[in-house]
Design a protein around this ligand. Structure first.
Ligand code: APR
Ligand code: PHB
Length: 389
């Protein structure tokens, strides 16, 4: 088989890139290791920057998002059990869309299927070859038979644990990482959200977040030791801890119920450079990871896709390689700014194991300053709604 762009990974990065390139008549094949059901069972974050909203609409997959998503003009922050609101719209003229990543992925799969996109699920042993030549190709095994796809370019959209980043020689690859000494314990519950907008809570017992998926599906998180056995966190234990950490008025009105999903995820900041080597481009989680505090994971994948998509269209339509030649530099410039924002939000809102009473006071003072300062709120808002592509 031959294609123009072979995409390794059928998550949001790979699907969105494939969909956008298809609309420009550029052929792709997606090789996904897992089954469709497995990919669609993943519960991930749910905040879309407005740039991501516009990219999904451009890809022709924005209808259900526009119908079912929640447009939020601001968010609540809290410390010492007292909340305050940051008004994104007033401060930046922009808003965000709350719409689950699982739904974004589902919408992208539906669009790829409608347009007869070539997606090979349960592809084993996916291996890129000849990335430093003019004739790269990718091999994989499906139902016990080895296959080969010759292509012009390979898009490594295969996430943090994928094969693409590892295909860049160690002498070329530079990796930067910070692993946080805690995790996020998250639940989904079929209950009405406690607030019309998100609540990010700093508390001396640890961070908490109140989010949602729809009018009767809430998403809540509490910071927890990353090695806690999930069995320790009964629903009752979760709700009790969440109520301790969020503002009192929210704790008093929250509707609790059985969890329909419960998981504990580690937090890390990670960046791999460069995001291009020869005919290979790294996209999304294959190149970078952020702690979910700033809701940047999916949105960074979208901005990577934006830069690569436009670069590949320029290559094929205008025989101009300036876009793909500057992909890594452009993508990384935005990645590092989002890494900084996600890191700073995580430092401000979480309790670190070695944190002193003074450190807690510094966090509380930072939040008090944020509450009092239009300049500080504008700085947070412009990062949260998304820096320009
Ligand atoms: N071969 C084929 N597919 C692979 C391989 C491999 N060797 N390794 C991983 N994959 C697949 C995974 O099964 C997954 O479906 O690549 C896909 C990568 O998807 P994501 O991990 O979701 O990464 P990405 O598409 O970049 O999306 C980033 O999704 O995971 C969240 O927090 C992340 O919000 C961010 C967004
Ligand atoms: C979510 O709704 O899952 C969510 C929202 C905001 C975040 C992280 C996760 O910062």
């Amino acid at each position: 088989m031959r294609t123009q762009v072979c995409i390794i990974g059928g998550g949001p990065s790979g699907l969105l890139l494939s969909q956008l390139l298809h609309l420009k008549g550029i052929d792709t094949v997606i090789l996904e290791r897992k089954s469709r059901d497995y990919v669609l069972s993943r519960i991930r974050a749910g905040v879309l920057e407005w740039g991501s909203v516009e990219m999904l609409r451009e890809a022709g997959v924005g209808d259900r998002m526009d119908r079912e998503g929640f447009v939020h003009a601001g968010t609540y922050m809290s410390a010492l059990n007292k909340g305050f609101r940051i008004d994104f719209e007033k401060l930046t003229g922009k808003k965000v869309m709350v719409y689950g990543q699982t739904e974004v992925t589902r919408d992208l799969y539906d669009a790829r299927d409608r347009m007869d996109g070539v997606i090979i699920d349960e592809a084993d042993g996916v291996t890129p070859h000849g990335l430093d030549t003019d004739a790269p190709y990718v091999t994989y095994v499906k139902d016990g038979t080895e296959h080969r796809i010759d292509c012009d370019f390979v898009a490594g959209c295969d996430g943090f644990h994928g094969v693409s980043r590892k295909s860049i020689p160690a002498s070329v690859l530079r990796e930067y990482e910070s692993v946080y000494p805690f995790g996020w314990l998250g639940i989904l519950s079929e209950t009405p959200p406690v607030s019309d907008e998100l609540i990010y809570a700093n508390h001396e017992r640890g961070f908490a977040l109140c989010s949602m998926r729809n009018a009767n599906l809430s998403r809540y998180y509490v910071q927890a030791p990353v090695d806690d056995p999930i069995e320790k966190w009964t629903d009752e234990a979760f709700w009790d801890e969440l109520k301790r950490r969020i503002p009192e008025d929210a704790a008093d009105r929250i509707v609790t119920g059985p969890s329909i999903e419960k998981s504990l995820a580690p937090l890390r900041s990670f960046v791999a450079e460069p995001m291009r080597w020869g005919r290979l481009f790294l996209v999304g989680d294959a190149a970078h990871i952020v702690p979910p505090t700033g809701a940047k994971g999916l949105n960074l994948a979208v901005s990577d896709v934006h830069y690569l998509y436009h670069g590949l269209v320029q290559h094929y339509q205008d025989k101009d390689d300036s876009g793909i030649d500057t992909y890594s530099q452009k993508a990384l410039a935005r990645v590092w700014k989002s890494e900084r924002f996600s890191w700073s939000m995580t430092k401000m809102l979480h309790r670190f194991p070695d944190q002193s009473a003074f450190d807690q006071r510094m966090q509380e003072a930072e939040l008090a300053y944020l509450e009092s300062s239009t300049a500080a709120q504008t700085a947070l808002a412009e990062n949260y709604i998304g820096l320009p592509f």
